[in-house]
Design a protein around this ligand. Structure first.
Ligand code: SAM
Length: 466
């Protein structure tokens, strides 16, 4: 999907400049061809699309604003829940007419990995199918298409490579995303990610820091480090920099004012991360720590590798920090065998933790996952009932927590301007949305001090303190 913000093209390495020199040697068919990437799913998918766009730009393709205007359409897919995966084939159906017009249609991401060549059977107008673990092969696959090959695939997951690109298109003007670890080894019973994104593989700390330095030079002040389990980062270089040390080093790069990271796995969340956050104000005051369930019995069935008590110890580490750190989570309701008592334990954990935000989902059975064969599925209607109760409980918690902030002043990175006169919007360090009024002429990209005057469950309202 196109992003509301301007597009920045960023040359990440000197190599990027040499790749533009290569343009004369490119097959003529690529030069000037237009592309459009439509993206579904998580931030990692969004950022993968930015990197895929970089690969296309480096080969001479030109971005356009709609699939209708594009000669190459890439569809970056998500299969984390069944609904997302179902959408893929109906959307692909809408691209069918494009084949007659000579368009190239490619499927990327988790559905590409999961369905593989089956996609060609169900949607014969597709020419390229490539999962995220094979994105390193994309330039090669594109070259084959440019030479006229009708169908190409990149479906290996058996890889130790990461997808580092010479050129990345940045779709957000102030926040830059960086993948520091790809894939996942955790094997949670509900989750398709280990089967669609391959094994965990980390980038070297030197490569991460090089990219952050370039981002700082280009004027980005906020970076977000990404990984399915970002805090499982293991520096493959002899320096063996830990995740907490990497966070600290990123926060010390000139120009960088806010460092975010997502998603953390509770098992690998240690006191050293909180100590780094306390010691370095550039590390944003926010931890996203998915719990999934408040019942140890269900957590065991989910193969989450921690108990309710163990999770609460991690929360205590964060709550005991010197800085006030916002905590958000992910929760699944209706996992097979979840009893009413288990569900009550999830609600009581929410009362104990007092999350600042929660993404909550009905359990969705996924192909290849261990949970697929568990007994005692919960009926859809019951999952819906539990989800509604849980979301209402969380809404009340958020309302109370946000109301307690009225009168306080927060620093906001200003990311948007409303059509209404003098109205601006941005995020606090703890990742709350703060809409505020200011007579200032242009605040976009600036850090503003804002006093909170009103609060709702999902956002705050305030005024600029000049
Ligand atoms: N890798 C991250 C983790 O383990 O926390 C994020 C994975 S996923 C992109 C985000 C969330 O989707 C998960 O934390 C989980 O709550 C939810 N999810 C994953 N698989 C699911 C499934 N089969 N059914 C319902 N929700 C699911």
């Amino acid at each position: 999907m196109t992003h509301p913000f301007d597009v920045r093209l960023e040359a990440l390495t000197a190599g990027a400049r040499s790749s533009s020199c290569e343009q004369t040697q490119r097959p003529r068919s690529a030069a000037g061809r237009t592309f459009f990437i439509e993206t579904f799913g998580c931030q990692m998918n969004d950022h993968d699309s930015e990197k895929v766009a970089g690969v296309l730009l480096a080969r001479g393709y030109r971005p356009v604003d709609s699939p209708d205007a594009a000669q190459v359409i890439f569809y970056n897919t998500c299969s984390i829940r069944e609904k997302a995966a179902q959408k893929v084939f109906s959307r692909l159906g809408q691209f069918k007419a494009g084949q007659d017009a000579g368009k190239v249609i490619g499927v990327l991401g988790c559905v590409a990995q999961q369905e593989g060549e089956e996609i060609f059977e169900r949607a014969p107008w597709v020419s390229l199918v490539c999962g995220s673990a094979s994105y390193r092969k994309l330039p090669e696959l594109l070259a084959q298409i440019e030479e006229g090959k009708r169908r190409v695939t990149g479906l290996d997951t058996d890889t130790d490579e990461t997808f580092e690109t010479e050129v990345t298109r940045r779709d957000h003007p102030f926040r830059a995303y960086l993948t520091i670890i790809e894939g996942c080894d955790k094997k949670c019973a509900f989750c398709v990610v280990p089967y669609t994104r391959g094994p965990e593989r980390s980038r070297s700390s030197a490569s991460v820091l090089d990219e952050v330095r370039r981002l700082g030079d280009l004027g980005y002040s906020e970076v977000q480090l990404l990984g399915q389990t970002v805090n499982s980062y293991r520096d493959p270089s002899p320096r063996r920099v830990s995740f907490a040390e990497l966070l600290d080093a990123v926060g010390r790069v000139p120009g960088i004012r806010r460092v975010r990271f997502t998603t953390s796995h509770p098992r690998d969340f240690g006191a050293d991360i909180v100590q780094a956050m306390d010691a370095n104000p550039a590390l944003a005051e926010h931890v996203h720590l998915p719990v999934q369930s408040g019942s140890t019995r269900v957590l065991r069935a989910m193969q989450r590798t921690y108990t309710r008590e163990g999770y609460l110890e991690k929360i205590a580490l964060i709550r005991n920090a010197r800085r006030s750190i916002g905590i958000t989570t992910d929760i699944i309701v209706g996992f097979p065998g979840e009893t009413e008592a288990d569900f009550e334990e999830t609600l009581s954990l929410m009362d104990t933790v007092q999350y600042d935000g929660a993404f909550s989902f009905k359990y969705s059975p996924r192909p290849n996952t261990p949970a697929l064969h568990l007994d005692d599925p919960i009926p859809e209607e019951e999952k819906g009932r539990r989800l509604a109760i849980l979301q209402e409980r969380q809404r009340q918690i958020q309302t109370r927590r946000n109301e307690a902030l009225v009168g306080q002043v927060f620093e906001v990175l200003v990311e948007g301007k409303s059509r209404r006169e003098n109205q601006w919007a941005g995020h606090t360090s703890s990742n709350r949305v703060l809409n505020f009024s200011s007579p200032a002429e242009n605040l976009l990209g600036e850090y503003a001090q804002v006093r909170v005057t009103r609060a709702g469950p999902n956002s705050l309202v305030g005024e600029h303190v000049t």
